[in-house]
Write a protein that binds this ligand. Structure first.
Ligand SMILES: *Cc1c(COP(=O)(O)O)cnc(C)c1O
Length: 422
């Protein structure tokens, strides 16, 4: 068994659903991102069942994977979207998503982005500072619109995850301190171009326990009750994203684990009528994708062995950026013995930080195909063209069919918009 249910071995060859990955590599070349459509559907289903009988809106945190085909699939299933830029809003619209189900997060919303979101009619601005509150109010007044808003509060809870992906602690740049929220809501009440609709938080990513969410929820419930006394009646409570996925052997929490406890806590305080919004990113797509790569060279040294592969940090920066661990599967594994060496899997980029996995015992030969697992989230969306490497193609497998959802970039396209001096 691999970490990803829709990428399993059949006849000793790793498949994406019903298609052998070596066939996809032959047809489309490597490196190649391969996604499973069924994995997207299953991820959505796990949230849908968790909210059955309740008002739940899943706003997919699209920065995890914003390919139009992925957005289109989720939009058809009924999700909304959590966006963090005007660019992401344009993608939602291009993919046929409903702007009325979009929540707009992010600490640095520019005027043009606020205008675009008002014109599109987003569900809510998740306001991250007092200055932003004033700006949104001004822009809305100028456009003769009412901006629906929620305040992103920082509940100061430790999500016990990597520091770079923990966002709910006091010293993070995100949101406003929860103690300040009543005063900022009071200010919002005075601004006629604003409509207060909710409150939100997002405490971090790759969270594998329910308790940090419940700690945050406790504080949010207190705030909601305080606001009620202040004459602010909220329509929704947005608990953000952050549910973890299996990269190796993590025990996970499911949407049902989380929401069943959330509903109990809300009901206990007479808040069962609130619509719940979630903003899951990674857990919707992370194990719906792999990065397929070929071994170019093996380099055996005195203290280290390197497998130099054709994927690199520009295709998957998580190991370099977060010290992240991705499991690696040989597409057609060879027998491993006690003598099989351990390899660092490194790319061709001229940086010592260009590694995708370290100290992996793998029986390898030049030309072998490897799948870097769990590459559906924060992989392509963080990809760059560093070293003038075209970004890899993305394909989506549906049963025994495959769709190219983004062709490999051509060399010409990399610098087609650059200009020589006169
Ligand atoms: C990144 C982000 C998400 C998605 O987080 P995941 O850990 O991928 O689920 C949700 N909400 C906000 C505000 C974010 O910045």
């Amino acid at each position: 068994m691999t970490v990803a249910p829709h990428f399993q071995f059949q006849n000793d060859t790793l498949h994406a659903e019903q298609l052998a990955l070596n066939r996809l590599a032959d047809e489309f070349g490597t490196p190649l991102y391969v996604y499973s459509r069924q994995a997207l559907r299953d991820a959505w289903e796990s949230y849908r069942v968790a909210g059955e009988g309740r008002k739940l809106l899943v706003c997919y945190g699209m920065k995890a994977n914003s390919n139009l085909a992925v957005l289109q699939e989720f939009a058809r299933l009924g999700t909304g979207f959590d966006i963090v830029s005007g660019g992401e809003l344009a993608r939602v619209i291009a993919a046929g998503g409903d702007p009325g189900k979009v929540v707009f997060s992010g600490v640095g919303k520019q005027v043009w982005e606020i205008e675009a979101a008002l014109q599109a009619g987003v569900k809510c601005f998740n306001i991250e500072s007092e200055a932003e509150l004033e700006r949104v109010a001004q822009v809305a007044a100028r456009l003769n619109r009412i901006a629906p808003i929620s305040l992103r509060v920082n509940p100061d809870v430790d999500a016990r995850t990597h520091p770079y992906i923990s966002t709910g602690l006091k010293d993070n740049k995100f949101g406003v301190p929860i103690e300040d929220a009543p005063r900022i809501y009071a200010r919002a009440q005075q601004l006629p171009s604003l409509n207060i609709v909710g409150v939100d938080c997002h405490i971090g990513s790759q969270i594998t326990e329910v308790s940090p969410y419940l700690d945050a929820l406790d504080k949010l419930i207190k705030l909601i009750l305080t606001l009620k006394d202040q004459g602010v009646d909220l329509h929704h409570l947005d608990l953000g994203g952050g549910l973890g996925i299996r990269y190796t052997d993590e025990t996970l929490i499911t949407p049902t684990d989380l929401l069943s406890k959330v509903f109990v806590a809300l009901d206990a305080h007479g808040l069962g009528h609130l619509e719940i919004v979630l903003e899951p990113g990674r857990s919707m797509v992370g194990n719906a994708g792999v990065l397929l790569t070929r071994v170019e060279y093996l380099k055996h040294g005195e203290t280290k062995n390197f497998a130099i592969i054709d994927a690199a940090m520009n295709d998957l920066i998580r190991p370099t950026l977060y010290d992240a661990w991705h499991s690696v599967e040989a597409v057609q594994p060879r027998a491993v013995t006690a003598d099989t060496p351990k390899y660092d899997l490194v790319g061709p980029i001229c940086e010592s930080g260009d590694w995708l996995a370290r100290d992996r015992q793998l029986a390898l030969e030049q030309g072998d195909l490897l799948a870097i697992m769990s590459a559906g989230a924060y992989a392509f969306t963080m990809a760059s063209q560093y070293n003038t490497r075209p970004r890899a193609a993305e394909v989506l497998v549906d049963g025994d069919q495959v769709h190219v959802i983004r062709p490999r970039e051509t060399l010409d396209s990399l610098f087609a918009s650059e200009r020589l001096l006169p």
